[in-house]
Write a new protein. Structure first.
Length: 61
């Protein structure tokens, strides 16, 4: 059973906070890094496409 921990507003200055296990936090951090990397590669590919540095192929062999 999961425990619920309430953090007083006077400590958080009115902010809402959550508590997660370190393993879950690290998994989310890894996922975020992978998403950022994928988005950076997409942006780079779109830039190269606009600049004409890519070849367009109608179908794969």
């Amino acid at each position: 059973m999961r425990s619920i921990l309430t953090i007083p507003k006077r400590i958080t200055h009115g902010e809402e906070l959550i508590v997660v296990r370190r393993q879950e936090y690290e998994r989310m951090q890894k996922h975020l890094a992978e998403v950022k990397d994928a988005l950076a590669k997409i942006r780079q590919g779109e830039k190269e496409l606009r600049e004409g540095k890519t070849r367009v192929i109608k179908s794969f062999p």
